[in-house]
Ligand binder design. Structure first.
Ligand SMILES: CC(C)(COP(=O)(O)OP(=O)(O)OC[C@H]1O[C@@H](n2cnc3c(N)ncnc32)[C@H](O)[C@@H]1OP(=O)(O)O)[C@@H](O)C(=O)NCCC(=O)NCCS
Length: 201
């Protein structure tokens, strides 16, 4: 279990979870930690140009500062998660990363990225739902994110997870997705269980 605290804020504890995929592949969801920096660098460098562009708005190399930011200089209520896969030789490979940073209005600004070879299997949706749960239990007011307007998959998932999406009036290339957590808590009670095939156990 990971727990970070600072003077005024207490972090939401994040327990490690085992996820099992459709083909029986075993994955781990856990908080990102300092020792993940090299793994995160490899993960980011292995992304396709399109995935890198969708997540980091650059087709070029993602800076070391951004990669370091996943695991350091984070406030207590910020969350950074990784999904890892254990290779046959025992090495752990990061296959997805999801995070939010809590802004001054107590709103969690989220972003998610899944390795290309692992996309379309339910991981992204499940990560977003996990972030929603964490933000809800962290008593945050809401969640928001900026999504490129051409990123139809991400927009579809966000809408399906209860977010509203609107074109940024100042930048037509971007959509703003947002969710009020009080509403989310109410709708979560009525909502069906996720229909993806990943199961936490
Ligand atoms: C966006 C992203 C995080 C989604 O994760 P994922 O694991 O690939 O997505 P999932 O498998 O959970 O969900 C895919 C869903 O999107 C839907 N989808 C796929 N392509 C789509 C498209 N072109 N238009 C609309 N919906 C689409 C699928 O139907 C599926 O829904 P279903 O589960 O109801 O069948 C992942 O594709 C990714 O990392 N992309 C690159 C980085 C990125 O865009 N990050 C978001 C930046 S804000």
């Amino acid at each position: 279990m990971s727990r970070v605290e600072d003077d005024n804020q207490v972090a939401t504890p994040i327990s490690e979870e085992n996820w099992t995929g459709r083909s029986g592949v075993r994955l781990t969801l856990r908080a990102a930690r300092g020792a993940d920096q090299a793994g995160l660098r490899m993960f980011v460098d292995s992304l396709s140009r399109e995935s890198r562009y969708f997540r980091f708005l650059t087709g070029g190399r993602v800076t070391d500062e951004i990669v370091q930011g996943f695991v350091s200089h984070r406030k207590a209520r910020d969350v950074a998660l990784v999904v890892t896969y254990r290779e046959a030789d025992g090495a752990e490979t990061i296959v997805a990363n999801a995070e939010y940073v809590v802004n001054e209005e107590d709103v969690a600004e989220l972003a998610v990225v899944v390795a290309d070879a692992w996309q379309g299997q339910g991981l992204g949706r499940r990560l977003i739902q996990r972030l929603q749960q964490l933000a809800g239990s962290g008593q945050l007011r809401g969640m928001r994110g900026d999504v490129l307007s051409e990123n139809r998959r991400m927009l579809a998932i966000m809408r399906d997870c209860g977010f509203s999406a609107r074109r940024n009036p100042e930048d037509s290339f971007l959509h703003e997705v947002s969710l009020t957590l009080a509403e989310a808590r109410a709708s979560a009670r009525e909502h069906r269980m996720p229909r993806d095939w990943f199961a936490a156990h």
